[in-house]
Design a protein around this ligand. Structure first.
Ligand code: BJ8
Length: 425
């Protein structure tokens, strides 16, 4: 970190000892996993910098925004529309966490058999180590899976600014009407928080800003179709992770710069791995920073990850919002239309996800799929079985793994993934 941010962290109420421990694990993990990669695009230096300043400069920027009167909104789900947040003159940051912390304290509030993503978010709060959580003026929870919706009842007692959004579970007309009603309620809550009324001009601008971010990721994804792959799955995942908390315009510019570089690499047939390296699509639960366990194992086993069917990946970013509306109401409808296409496993039935996985296999020329399920995540573990069957019916190899954030199963995962990669060769 380029500056001493300790007084900033103290003011935010962080536990400096615990926070130092977290930063040192994060820094070491990043060093071992990311900085040891070979042949990375030069543009990844930006993301290395972002990661080195993830609790430093970015937090200072957010606090400067707050000092200038802007509000910070934290969220745990891609159903929280960034367009509305930006249009209300606030900044959205993702709060999902990818590391275990304060586990004993967490298990006094949540059952042991709760997924690692939920436990980790609680651990970051109870351990007082997350400056994003502590900077947020509003924290948005959502009624998606049972684990999240019940956990927010407890989280409400730990933070004083929790807003819970109700979400549909069925892709019906009623489901869509509920989403619209909830986005209208959220819009009113944001306007109340910021004191800024959302106008057609501010909403149109916000739609363009978020679409530009998504379009940059679409461009990056399209370049991953090339063989040899011009960027590792690890690096592409990092860009998808940083999507959730970087300044939007700067993020868009940085991803586009990497894409310019990747286009040249592709023209020169230059890859991070040799041509014909086995290509894998990862499908399933979101992988939040610093959860890099799976791509680290896959790419060390001699395969390359070419796409993520995940909310930290294509499920989260794949559709743009139609910006052609001329009224706030029309643009709100467009935001509903865009988000209602997200095929999270909380929906029942959820055939769109199955189709999307197969489409991604074809588009990214994947040789096989690894279905990534977090332990105790009923929606994705339940869907992993029909996903495996549908893929195998089409002779697409599929490996279902169920894991958590600990490193205890690395040896076992390595063995299974190496055997899977051998099968693809
Ligand atoms: S739209 S995937 S971001 S809910 S891993 S907490 S599902 S038990 S994260 Fe998600 Fe929104 Fe859906 Fe996407 Fe529950 Fe499963 Fe845990 Fe999960």
């Amino acid at each position: 970190m380029s500056e001493d941010y300790r007084s900033m962290w103290t003011d935010l109420g962080l536990d400096l000892v615990a926070h130092d421990a977290l930063l040192s694990v994060l820094g070491q993990g990043y060093q071992d996993i990311y900085l040891s990669q070979k042949n990375r695009p030069e543009g990844m230096a930006y993301f290395d910098f972002v990661m080195s300043e993830v609790h430093g400069l970015r937090i200072k920027e957010l606090l400067d925004e707050k000092a200038a009167g802007r509000k910070i909104v934290g969220s745990f789900c891609v159903f929280v529309p960034e367009e509305l947040v930006l249009a209300a003159n606030a900044t959205l940051v993702g709060l999902c966490s990818g590391a275990d912390f304060a586990t004993e304290d967490v298990e006094r509030l949540l059952p042991r058999n709760t997924c690692a993503l939920i436990k980790s978010s609680f651990g970051f709060k109870l351990g007082k180590v997350c400056p994003y959580l502590e900077s947020a003026d509003m924290i948005v929870g959502e009624n998606t899976c049972d684990g999240k919706k019940k956990a927010y009842e407890s989280l409400g007692g730990l933070v004083n600014n929790l807003y819970v959004m109700d979400l549909p579970q069925v892709k019906s007309a009623n489901g869509k009407a509920l989403l619209k009603a909830e986005y209208q309620r959220f819009k009113a809550a944001l306007e109340d928080l910021t004191g800024v009324a959302i106008t057609k001009e501010s909403l149109k601008d916000a739609i363009h800003t978020v679409n530009a971010k998504r379009a940059a990721i679409h461009r990056l994804s399209a370049l991953r179709k090339a063989d040899p792959a011009p960027i590792s799955g690890l690096d592409a995942l990092l860009a998808n992770q940083v999507f959730f908390y970087d300044n939007p315009a700067r993020f868009t510019e940085s991803v586009n710069k990497i894409c310019d570089e990747l286009e040249k690499r592709i023209a020169a047939k230059q890859g991070v791995f040799p041509a014909k390296t086995p290509r894998i699509l990862v499908s399933g639960c979101p992988q939040a920073v610093p959860n890099w366990k799976l791509p680290m194992i896959v790419e060390a086993a001699g395969a390359v990850i070419v796409g993520e069917e995940s909310c930290v990946g294509e499920r989260g970013t794949r559709h743009l919002t139609d910006a052609s509306g001329e009224t706030v109401e029309q643009m709100l409808d467009a935001i509903v239309d865009r988000h209602f296409q997200v095929d999270c496993a909380i929906f029942t039935p959820n055939p769109d996800r199955l189709e999307h996985i197969q489409q991604m296999v074809a588009d990214y020329h994947a040789d096989g799929v690894i279905h990534y399920g977090l332990q105790f995540c009923q929606p994705y573990l339940m869907e992993s079985m029909p996903v495996e069957k549908a893929l195998e019916d089409r002779q697409i190899p599929c490996l279902r793994i169920e894991t958590d954030y600990s490193m205890e199963d690395v040896g076992q995962l390595k063995t299974r993934i190496e055997a899977f990669v051998e099968q693809l060769k």
